[in-house]
Design a protein. Structure first.
Length: 368
């Protein structure tokens, strides 16, 4: 195996593949990245047995000889980053060691056989569709923050992907809040499918979708979720579990509807949150005709109060929320005005964009 490549051409696919590699591994080979050279194309693969990522790069110069080998991912990334911009890097395999040369620099890396490198088994896809990378990233960005982290209900530590007719929907919840985003697709899928993509898979996929207008092909199978774009191939195992019936969580009988300026509301909540309890992050919203008062307290007997004008006519209401949950939602919405639907102090709130947006957010109240 022998080839030459520019530093810039190698860094992008190498960073993609190495990003999947865990720092602490039980198997030594999982700390490595697989370099495979065939027909003038270099493939770099990283995996943690749950997520696999393959980055591709076409070589400018014909390679001297093809082959495959695995080398320590982090060390190779650090070497490439440390070399000067515009460097040319020569790779050659010598007696089971990978020799990396650039200018007057020379590095010799240990290797492990490529035959020992685990690859995710391929399974037939049930559903396949193509869309813009920007649209797929929007679905993840709008809902990903609500995923649970290390919850014993393992099916919450990920994101639901639901394909139904010409609609693709993502849903995430940690049991205290729920985020949902829906995308209309040009293709009509005959079979309805629901799968749960694990948290790490969601985060890695979001990291890859950098070219907004470029297409990405998605294949969903019984055990795997795959995404293919020009320079990468992403595969993740699915969470084997049943996602809660999110439709039942959506508040249906809201009696109080508030319209407000999103940025104004976000800034007022941010100011009040400074003096909220650091552990519970609770704030109290007091709603009256035309105004919303925000109050926060903490154990040191400190208090913050802020008031903003809103479009509301109705009975007064006082309700408590975790301020972080409200700020997360206001941070991902993009329209100028936000709509807040409430019924009473013990019922969940529904947040959405005032002008028929594609996203819905449910936040459970707190007792203060």
């Amino acid at each position: 195996m022998k080839f030459s490549i520019s530093r810039e051409a190698l860094l992008k696919p190498l960073n993609l593949a190495a990003g999947v590699v865990e720092r602490r591994q039980t198997l030594p080979i999982l700390a490595n990245v697989l370099l495979a050279l065939e027909d003038g194309r270099l493939s770099l693969t990283g995996t943690d047995l749950e997520v696999e990522l393959i980055g591709h790069v076409d070589l400018e110069q014909p390679p001297a000889s093809a082959g495959e080998v695995t080398v320590p991912a982090r060390k190779l990334v650090d070497i490439c980053k440390a070399l000067p911009d515009g460097s040319r890097i020569d790779f050659s395999l010598d007696d089971n060691r990978l020799v990396v040369r650039s200018g007057r620099s020379r590095f010799v890396l240990s290797t492990l056989p490529a035959s020992d490198f685990p690859n995710v088994e391929s399974s037939a896809g049930e559903v396949e569709f193509e869309l813009r990378q920007g649209d797929l990233k929007r679905l993840i960005d709008r809902t990903g923050f609500a995923m649970a982290q290390q919850d014993v209900r393992y099916y919450l530590n990920g994101m639901l992907w639901e394909v139904k007719g010409n609609r693709l929907r993502t849903v995430a919840t940690d049991g205290h809040r729920l985020a949902m985003c829906t995308l209309e697709m040009p293709a009509d899928i005959a079979d309805a499918v629901q799968v749960i993509l694990p948290r790490k898979g969601v985060l890695e996929l979001a990291r890859l979708l950098m070219n907004e207008d470029e297409p990405v092909r998605v294949v969903i199978g019984t055990n795997h979720f795959r995404a293919f774009a020009g320079e990468f191939q992403f595969t993740s195992k699915l969470v084997d579990g049943k996602f809660p019936d999110y439709e039942r969580v959506l508040p249906r009988a809201a009696t109080k509807v508030v319209y407000g300026d999103r940025e104004e509301m976000r800034h007022a909540l941010s100011r009040a949150s400074i003096l909220s309890n650091e552990k519970y992050r609770g704030i109290r919203l007091s709603l009256e005709n035309g105004s919303l008062r925000i109050v926060a307290n903490n154990p040191e007997q400190e208090e913050a109060e802020d008031e903003i004008s809103v479009d509301y006519q109705g009975d007064a209401l006082e309700i408590g929320f975790n301020v972080s949950y409200l700020l997360d939602v206001l941070g991902v919405l993009s329209e100028r005005n936000v709509k807040l639907s409430l019924s009473d102090a013990n019922s969940s709130a529904l947040l959405e964009e005032a002008e028929a947006g594609d996203s819905l957010y449910v936040v459970m109240p707190m007792r203060l």
